[in-house]
Ligand binder design. Structure first.
Ligand code: GLN
Length: 237
């Protein structure tokens, strides 16, 4: 591993790997390598302290019980919090949005304190939100619709410091009346989209990689990715 290697933190795949969101780290590594950059995935498990020195971090979804273990670990080893404060990009999927908030309530009605990287809280919905989710991004630098697969019981309410990632065109998203989806706060992005998300949204993958490397990346011409996007967007209609 050279000094210029892009180091991608895959945070707690042992407890937050249920929904295949580890694929986001694979996509980041592959898209970096296709630009001729060295890139490595650094898995961070429950046996490891969380390093604050990586270039970009990804966290995936999980069931309520696994989510609790992750919350405790990230509280005891606050490397992710330090990395975000230093402006490192972090991508948090589904349960990870909830863990990174102030608190979340499980389906059983138990309230668990989060790590307060996001100004938000999450309470259970009456029914589970499952299906294709499509949004229009509302942050600078993203122009293409975002799409993914949502599968959650949580309804997330954003506080003043947290901005939405997108406006819902199809699906549920955060579940509030304002029909927004996901969250952006500083360099940290959260979304309910599985897929994995970055396989389906290359613009967002490159947005994160550009932040991680501090460089502008030339576009990649990958017709198979365009086909996948067209297919999934059509499935949502
Ligand atoms: N356990 C959480 C919920 O149901 C998150 C699920 C997930 O990550 N897909 O809301």
């Amino acid at each position: 591993m050279s000094e210029s290697t892009v180091r991608i933190g895959l945070v707690l795949p042992d407890v937050m790997g249920t929904y295949g969101d580890g694929g986001n780290a694979l996509i980041l590594r592959q898209r970096a390598r296709m630009r001729g950059l060295d890139a490595e995935i650094v898995p961070i498990t429950l046996d490891d302290a969380v390093p604050d020195s990586l270039d970009v971090y990804t966290l995936g979804g999980a069931e309520d019980a696994a989510q609790r273990l992750a919350t405790r670990h990230l509280t005891d080893h606050p490397g992710l919090q330090r990395a975000a404060q230093a402006g490192r990009p972090v991508l948090a999927i589904c349960a990870a949005i909830q863990v990174l908030g102030h608190w979340y309530e499980t389906s059983a009605g138990e309230r668990v304190s989060g790590i307060s990287m996001f100004d938000l809280t999450t309470a259970p919905r009456e029914s589970r939100a499952i299906g294709e989710l499509v949004t229009t991004p509302v942050i600078d630098g993203l122009t293409e619709p975002l799409c993914g697969f949502e599968n959650h019981r949580g309804a997330t309410t954003l506080g003043a410091a947290a901005k939405p990632l997108g406006r819902v065109r199809h699906g549920v998203g955060n579940g509030a009346a304002d029909r927004v989806e996901g969250v952006v706060q500083g360099s940290v992005i959260g979304t309910y989209m599985h897929g994995p998300l970055l396989a389906r949204n290359p613009e967002l993958a490159d947005y994160l990689l550009a932040q991680a490397t501090g460089t502008n990346l030339e576009p990649l011409d990958l017709p198979q990715v365009d086909r996948l996007r067209r297919e999934r967007l059509a499935a949502a209609r």
